[in-house]
Design a protein around this ligand. Structure first.
Ligand SMILES: *Cc1c(COP(=O)(O)O)cnc(C)c1O
Length: 415
C-alpha cells in the first residue's frame, strides 16, 4: 500500500477484490498469524485450498526438497513426478488419465474441451453444448462465466460464450427438456460451494447419469471445491455413488500450491491426442511434488475417518448454535467439512462478527456463510471454533436487538 497526494491509501493491485484490512505473515496448522501478531483460527482455508492447514511439515519438506532439484522443464519432456501423481489419482478414482493445469477454471474449461472433442471424434461434431445449473460456479474465464451463468459476473464482459444451457437446480424435467441434438455433456458440482453449499440429491445425480447414458452425453462433475477430501471421502461422487466421465479438480489438490487437473476415463479422453490441448506450466515438477505430498497425507490410513468423525461432530455443534440463535441462522448445510450456515441477517455481517472473534469464514451465494476448516482440524480446535462462533453470534444478536450503535468491546486475543 502507498499513499497518494491527498493522503488516501492506494494500492497498485487491480481493484477486483474488496479486501479486508488484514494481512498474515505466517501459518501454523489451523492458525494464521497476522502481521500485528494476532492469531486467527482459520476456518476458511484460503477458500477450501489449505486442506492440510498451513506449513504442514510433510508439504514443507517435499517442496523444499523439490525446489532444490528442479522447478520446471515444460511438457516437451517426461515428468516422472507427474506420472506418479496421475497414477495415484487414477488408482484412487474412476479415472484412467489426467491432464494437469494451474487453476480450477482452467481445469473445468479443459473438461468441457475434452467432452466436445469426444463427441467430435465419435462422429458428432455438432454436439458441443453443455447443460449447466443455475447458481453454479465454474470459474472466471470467459467460457466458465458462461457455464456458471451468473449475471453479476457476466455483466459488462460482452456476449456470453456460446454453448451453455442453464437449467434450474434439482429440476430433472428441465434437464430433459434442455437435451437437444447439439448437447455434448451435463456438468454439475456434486455439492455447490460458491453457490451456497447446496446439496445435490444423490437421486438427482443418478438420474443425470442415466440421462447421459441414454443420450450419449458425458457427465462432468466439477469437484474443484468438493474434491480432495472436503466431504469426508477423497471425492464427493464416491458418497453419492455416481461415477462421472470427466472430473475437474483444483483448490486443495496441491495443499496450497496452485495446481488443477482434469481426470477422465480413457473413453471420454479419446479425442485428446497430441497437440489438442496444452499448458506451459501445467504439471511442472514443483506442482507435482505438492500433489504427491498432499496425496501422501490424505491417502494414509485413517485420514478420512478423522474427517468424517470431525465433520459429524461439527454439524451437531453447529445445529446447537442454530437452535440458540434462530434470529441469526436459518439452516446448517453441507457435508463433511464443507459446511454452510444460511443466515437470517446479511451473511457478510456474520462473517465480520466471526472475524471480530479472530476466526475466519467465507461468504457464499444464497446468503450463506461457509465454514471450511482445514481437514486436519482437531476436536479441540473445532471446539475452539464453535466457542468463537458462539461469541460472535451472541455479540451480533445483542447489537441487532440494540441498533443504536453500541460500541463493541475490544475482543481478546486468544489462541
Ligand atoms: C473455485 C472453483 C472454480 C474455479 O477455480 P479457480 O482456481 O478460482 O479458477 C471452479 N469450480 C468450482 C466448483 C469452484 O469451487
Amino acid at each position: 500500500m502507498s499513499q497518494n497526494v491527498s493522503g488516501a491509501v492506494t494500492s497498485h493491485l487491480m481493484a477486483t477484490f474488496a479486501r479486508v484490512d488484514l494481512a498474515f505473515e505466517r501459518g501454523e496448522g489451523v492458525w494464521l498469524i497476522a502481521t500485528n501478531g494476532e492469531r486467527y483460527l482459520d476456518f476458511a482455508s484460503g477458500v477450501a485450498v489449505n486442506a492440510l492447514g498451513h506449513a504442514h511439515p510433510h508439504l514443507v519438506a517435499a517442496l523444499a526438497e523439490q525446489s532444490q532439484k528442479l522447478w520446471h522443464v515444460s511438457n516437451l519432456y517426461e515428468i516422472p513426478e507427474g506420472e506418479r501423481a496421475a497414477q495415484r489419482l487414477c488408482a484412487a478414482s474412476f479415472a484412467d488419465v489426467v491432464f494437469f493445469c494451474n487453476s480450477g477454471a482452467e481445469a473445468v474449461e479443459g473438461a468441457i474441451k475434452t467432452a466436445r472433442k469426444y463427441q467430435s471424434v465419435s462422429g458428432h461434431p455438432e454436439r458441443y453444448r453443455a447443460i449447466t445449473f443455475e447458481g453454479a460456479f465454474h470459474g472466471r474465464t470467459l467460457a466458465m462465466l458462461a457455464a456458471g451463468g451468473q449475471k453479476k459476473y457476466l455483466d459488462g464482459f460482452g456476449p456470453p460464450v456460446e454453448g451453455f444451457d442453464q437449467v434450474a437446480f434439482n429440476d430433472l424435467a428441465a434437464v430433459k427438456k434442455a437435451i437437444g441434438t447439439e448437447t455434448a455433456a451435463i456438468m454439475i458440482e456434486p455439492l455447490m460451494g460458491e453457490g451456497g453449499v447446496r446439496t445435490v440429491e444423490p437421486s438427482f445425480l443418478r438420474a443425470l447419469r442415466e440421462l447421459c447414458d441414454q443420450n450419449g452425453l458425458l457427465l462432468i462433475l466439477d469437484e474443484v471445491q468438493s474434491g480432495m477430501g472436503r466431504t469426508g471421502e477423497l471425492f464427493a461422487y464416491q458418497r453419492a455413488g455416481v461415477i462421472p466421465d470427466i472430473m475437474p479438480l483444483a483448490k486443495a489438490l496441491g495443499g496450497g500450491f496452485p495446481v488443477g487437473a482434469v481426470l477422465a476415463t480413457s473413453e471420454a479422453a479419446k479425442g485428446m491426442t497430441p497437440g489438442t490441448h496444452g499448458s506451459t506450466f501445467g504439471g511442472n515438477p514443483l506442482a507435482m511434488s505438492a500433489v504427491n505430498a498432499t496425496l501422501d497425507v490424505m491417502l494414509a490410513p485413517g485420514f478420512f475417518d478423522h474427517v468424517k468423525k470431525i465433520g459429524i461432530l461439527f454439524k451437531q455443534r453447529l445445529a446447537e448454535i442454530k437452535d440458540r440463535y434462530p434470529e441469526l441462522i436459518a439452516e446448517v448445510r453441507g457435508e463433511g467439512l464443507l459446511v454452510g450456515l444460511r443466515a437470517v441477517v446479511p451473511a457478510g455481517e456474520l462473517v465480520n462478527a466471526i472475524r471480530a472473534e479472530k476466526m475466519l469464514a467465507v461468504g457464499a451465494g444464497d446468503n450463506v456463510v461457509r465454514l471450511l476448516p482445514p481437514l486436519i482440524v482437531s476436536e479441540q480446535e473445532m471446539a475452539e471454533g464453535i466457542a468463537r462462533l458462539d461469541r460472535a453470534c451472541a455479540q451480533l444478536s445483542r447489537s441487532a436487538k440494540r441498533p443504536a450503535a453500541v460500541p463493541r468491546p475490544k475482543e481478546e486475543t486468544a489462541g
